[in-house]
Design a protein around this ligand. Structure first.
Ligand SMILES: Nc1nc2c(ncn2[C@@H]2O[C@H](COP(=O)(O)OP(=O)(O)O)[C@@H](O)[C@H]2O)c(=O)[nH]1
Ligand SMILES: [Mg+2]
Length: 1071
């Protein structure tokens, strides 16, 4: 029976458990039921406090007989009417000499309890259950979860899609009103990486109603009175509750976002109901950190690692008994984090008593940036902090002693024979930290302990009365530094799993789904030695063949190389060639790795999710090693723009050695597309029929799927539309979607922006190097559908528009233009991301966008656009930039005119003719992402808040969208028709921007003009020459030239003169 139900039962039973229990029939049946061995029961013998009669004595004897010695161990004497009692219960009993009561109580060996009739019943029951060990800590987990409104998620855990769902809470500014709002409020803020997330408090009704004016009823006492503590909870309880109520994927998300805020993350998660704690290895797996240890300071190199795999020394901080020093506060000072790594006593709600988070062990990391003057520690270190007294959490303490390089024990009072500290198995160095302010420190017992632990002087830190916290922290840092510089033990969190298992601590990766996912992913990634070769062998369909196919598809529309050939002939050869390529694709048997992959993603939901996550992490680990060197080289070469060829080569290498899950899906798409060329009855085609459905399912799970393959610059149209039509089948009739897209230069924080805005996980630059567009679905909550008028929101992230280096190589324009046209065409709102530093590139991007928008207008769409200017932190940014905005609009108008001329749609004069754009609301200035210097910098609160404003703004705008909201099928049709339109275009796309194209056009016009004039001159001359020749010898001419030879010479000179004129005509045209 769950504890909560036990409690309920108990409350009911308390009324029926009276003397009558052995007499009436119904009660007897009840009694028999509870006497069954299998049911854990608490028996209570209830007496009123002021009497104990002979009858009562008989009842006790009868009960003892009926229950027998075994069950008697669960029998309690419960006295009621405690409020009338003047002394303690034990005094009362020992004074009750007139009867056998003292004897009876003795036989119950302290299994007695006192209820009073005044206090809240629930609390008293809880105390009793605690005493009888029917529940185990101060408060019941389920009560807390009920308070938080999380109880329904204890069994059926919270999933990512539930958390990311778009609902009305997102746009409401209301602070939490009651306890059940707290966890949602925290989640909302944390998912947007807001460092203020932990500062949560209900605004009680009294607070909001009170008026500030001094009235006559002003009492000083009111000021001293505590605010209503009942409505608040310790942030640690909220965090623990959320972790207990969510699944592994939410865990990862929470931990990742917490670590971005520089909050500590749970290492050992307690469950106060089961007394079981869990090592949160999986939860931390997604955290990747970059840092520069002292050894790399000179070379400016850095280490980028998945933090659970880094072997670091861990320093643990624990408390023994009571302690007057605030451990967490001192730790925060030690780490010097202005936003508090650890929740501590002086923080908002930090002083509220913890109800379920005792035993929680948190972890954080200190990572150096390679600057001696800024680094607190020059080497990386992990810090652990155990909440609660180690005497009550021996398992956790043992764990820390076996995994840490050092354990700092904070104490006020020491027992010289403290067994807890004497454990021989402990590997960590022990440091004792006391506070002299406290008079309880007894020298002798400390000395004894020091002797028996063989500690040196350095291992004892006592904070003298007169020392400030700052000085003490300095000393502490010194000791910690000593350990870090010469650690006896270094261990990664992954290695700690072994210790955990030995101690009976569960590891969150133990679940079979996670294990199977891991096995399947490892089986695939273990094959990879050289990424390039792996891709060539395992993904033959997406390599050269797919690029060739792309070329053929586009050429079929563009006919650039038709030459003098007959167009129809040319087209049919292209089609034939395409068929040949498809045949070639079909001739490959499905590679072993693809077979494994497809079978793994065909597994049940949870296992598939674990598998994909493992794949993503494994592949990221591989490419991180391979790519980081290349990327450094790339940056180096880019400094010098002379190295164009080299840059190009490195870029090629980067793309050929990057490998992510999207390559597997790309191959799947190609296998599917190729199979469509086979006859329908072909078994190998039929075997692949289920693939689109699988992928549709993945989209529903919130997995990003590649829309445009950036390497080949193409969309596998049949594949994408089949996936979308399956998706439509899965969700119909709830199939309305709204589309939000982001466009901008490479590495300007587009993915970071989307991730912060929607809590999603688009790849952030560190891992890979892919170009293209990815789409991802987010559910809209039922209640919010009325407002947004859609069922899903589709987010499209584009990667790498026109990186400045590549732009010089002049072949990326085509791809960028195509990509921009497509995504702008698909979206209801386009976010145009601009990093202020790159305002020249901005212009190029804008031109691309204007062209794209212009084309959209042709097809009847007038999308909205939102400019986001990154890295602008001044408060006055919005005002100051008024001029800039005007300028921007002017430029946009100019570009629109140029573009309109070029596209022969000159009726468009202004940017707003093609776009929904308001210069005032359509611009958003986002301050820099980090508050300080990475890696120790938390995310800037201003960043998070501004992005939140942007999100609200976008959602409001989307709400206003006049039913353009497509359903999934229409969206899919749009993709097809837009992409075909894109393929048709063959002129604008090949230019860097419209101004270059404009110049070319002008040149062409001039050239034509010149050509025409030249022809005219020529014609004139020929005509005159002809006339002269025909007239030669006749009477008119004889007077001037009589000699034939002379005449010819003259004509020749004439021609020569004309010839010489050509360059000057040409010159005139160019100038
Ligand atoms: N300093 C700073 N770094 C940022 C900012 N926004 C993003 N970054 C970092 O820049 C890198 C590239 O970001 P990413 O979102 O992948 O850019 P994308 O290529 O445009 O998608 C990441 O390492 C981010 O952490 C910012 O506003 N300031
Ligand atoms: Mg990106």
């Amino acid at each position: 029976m769950s504890q909560w139900k036990q409690e309920l039962c108990l409350r009911n039973l308390l009324q029926s458990l009276t003397l009558q229990i052995f007499q009436d029939q119904r009660s007897r049946l009840k009694t028999q039921y509870f006497l069954q061995e299998s049911i854990p029961t608490l028996f209570l013998l209830v007496f009123k406090i002021d009497r104990f009669t002979d009858e009562d004595q008989e009842t006790v004897e009868a009960t003892t007989r009926v229950l027998g010695p075994q069950r008697m161990k669960n029998c309690f004497l419960l006295f009621t009417g405690g409020d009338t009692l003047k002394t303690s219960l034990s005094n009362y009993i020992s004074d009750y000499k007139s009867s056998l009561l003292p004897e009876v109580v003795k036989s119950f060996s302290s299994r007695t309890h006192l209820f009073n009739n005044k206090d809240e019943g629930r609390r008293q029951v809880r105390e009793l259950l605690l005493k009888s060990r029917h529940i185990t800590t101060g408060t019941n987990l389920e009560t807390l979860l009920e308070d938080l409104g999380l109880d329904q998620f204890y069994e059926e855990k919270l999933s990512l899609s539930k958390i990311l769902e778009i609902n009305e809470k997102i746009i409401s500014e209301e602070p939490p009103k009651c306890k059940s709002d707290l966890s949602w409020y925290f989640l909302k803020k944390l998912m947007m990486v807001n460092v203020t997330a932990r500062k949560i408090k209900c605004t009680s009704a009294s607070e909001s109603n009170s008026d500030d004016s001094l009235s006559d009823d002003f009492y000083f006492d009111d000021l001293l009175a505590c605010p209503n503590v009942d409505e608040t909870l310790n942030p640690l309880d909220i965090i623990t509750a959320l972790f207990l109520c969510s699944d592994g994927f939410v865990h990862q998300e929470l931990a990742l976002k917490m670590s971005m805020c520089q909050f500590s993350v749970p290492l050992l998660l307690p469950n106060c109901d089961t007394q079981q704690c869990t090592l949160m290895l999986w939860a931390m797996r997604d955290i990747v950190k970059k840092y520069r240890p002292s050894a790399l300071a000179k070379t400016k190199g850095f280490i980028e690692e998945r933090i659970v795999l880094s072997e670091l020394p861990m320093i643990s901080f624990v408390r023994l008994g009571k302690c007057s020093l605030s451990k967490s506060e001192i730790l925060n000072k030690l780490l010097n984090n202005p936003d508090d790594t650890f929740v501590h006593h002086n923080m908002e709600c930090g002083d509220i008593q913890r109800r379920i988070s005792n035993g929680l062990t948190e972890m954080t990391w200190y990572l150096p940036c390679g600057n001696k003057n800024m680094d607190i520690f020059s080497e990386p270190v992990a810090i652990a902090n155990l909440r609660g007294d180690i005497a009550s959490f021996e398992t956790q303490f043992s764990f820390l002693c076996q995994t840490s390089a050092a354990v700092f024990v904070f104490f006020d009072q020491l027992d010289s024979e403290c067994e807890l500290l004497m454990n021989k198995k402990h590997k960590a160095q022990i440091f004792l930290v006391g506070n002299q302010q406290n008079k309880n420190i007894r020298d002798d017992s400390v000395k004894k302990l020091v002797a028996s632990l063989a500690l040196t002087k350095n291992n004892i830190l006592i904070k003298p009365k007169q020392t400030s916290d700052a000085d003490f922290v300095k000393l502490l840092r010194k000791r910690v530094s000593d350990v870090i510089n010469n650690p006896q033990l270094k261990m990664s969190v992954q290695q700690m799993a072994g210790v955990a298992h030995e101690l009976g601590i569960t590891v969150d990766e133990d679940s079979p789904e996670c294990q199977d996912g891991n096995k399947n992913a490892d089986a695939i990634t273990a094959e990879i030695k050289y990424t390039f070769l792996f891709k060539e062998n395992q993904f033959p369909l997406q390599g050269q063949i797919w690029k060739e196919l792309t070329f053929l598809e586009k050429e079929e529309f563009r006919l650039r190389k038709v030459g003098s050939e007959d167009i129809e002939n040319y087209k049919s050869t292209l089609i034939k060639k395409r068929e040949e390529q498809r045949q070639k694709q079909n001739s490959y048997a499905m590679s072993s790795v693809m077979t494994c992959f497809i079978s793994a993603i065909s597994r049940p939901h949870r296992e598939r999710c674990y598998f994909l996550k493992w794949m993503r992490m494994n592949l990221d680990n591989l490419s991180r090693i391979k790519l980081s060197g290349l990327r450094e080289l790339y940056k180096e070469k880019c400094k010098d723009s002379e190295n164009k060829q080299e840059i190009k080569e490195i870029d090629q290498q980067l793309s050929s050695s990057s490998l992510g899950v999207e390559h597997f899906f790309r191959e799947m798409g190609q296998i599917y597309e190729a199979s469509l060329c086979l006859p329908e009855t072909e078994p190998s085609r039929q075997q692949l029929q289920h693939l689109p459905r699988l992928c549709a399912q993945l989209l529903l799970d919130g997995f990003p799927l590649e829309l445009v393959d950036g390497d080949a610059s193409n969309i596998p149209l049949s594949w994408v539309s089949d996936v979308l039509s399956q998706l439509n089948d899965l969700v119909s009739p709830k199939n309305k979607i709204l589309v939000v897209t982001v466009l901008g230069v490479q590495s300007t924080g587009k993915s970071t922006l989307l991730n912060t805005m929607f809590g999603v996980q688009f790849a952030v630059s560190s891992g890979r190097c892919t170009r293209g567009a990815f789409m991802l679905l987010i559910k809209v909550n039922e209640d919010f559908k009325k407002v947004l008028n859609c069922d899903f929101m589709m987010i499209i992230d584009t990667e790498g528009l026109k990186s400045p280096e590549l732009a010089q190589l002049d072949n990326s324009h085509e791809h960028d233009n195509e990509l921009a046209t497509l995504v702008v065409g698909l979206s209801d709102i386009t976010i145009i991301n601009i990093a202020m530093e790159n305002s020249t590139e901005m212009k190029d991007i804008l031109q691309i966008v204007v062209h794209a928008f212009l084309r959209m207008k042709e097809v009847g769409k007038k999308p909205r656009c939102q400019f986001v200017h990154q890295n602008v932190s001044d408060v006055s940014a919005h005002d100051k930039n008024l001029r800039d905005r005007k300028l921007l609009l002017e430029q946009l108008n100019e570009m629109t005119q140029a573009a309109a001329k070029m596209e022969k749609k000159e009726e468009n004069k202004k940017f707003t003719d093609v776009m929904e754009y308001n210069p005032d609301t359509g611009n958003c200035y986002v301050p820099g992402l980090w508050n300080g210097n990475p890696p120790m910098a938390p995310v800037n609160a201003g960043y998070s808040e501004t992005v939140y404003e942007l999100k609200k703004n976008i959602i409001q705008q989307l709400g206003k969208c006049e039913s353009t909201s497509n359903n999934i099928l229409e969206f899919s049709e749009w993709i097809t028709s837009l992409w075909n339109a894109v393929k048709h275009e063959n002129f604008i796309f090949s230019f860097r921007n419209s101004l270059v194209a404009d110049a070319y056009m002008r040149l062409c016009t001039e050239y034509n003009q010149w050509e025409w004039e030249f022809k005219k001159e020529m014609y004139k001359w020929v005509t005159t020459a002809e006339t002269r020749i025909s007239n030669f010898g006749s009477f008119i001419e004889t007077s001037e030239v009589s000699d034939m030879n002379e005449f010819i010479t003259e004509l020749k000179a004439d021609f020569k003169y004309l010839h010489q004129c050509v360059p000057s005509v040409a010159f005139k045209s160019f100038s």
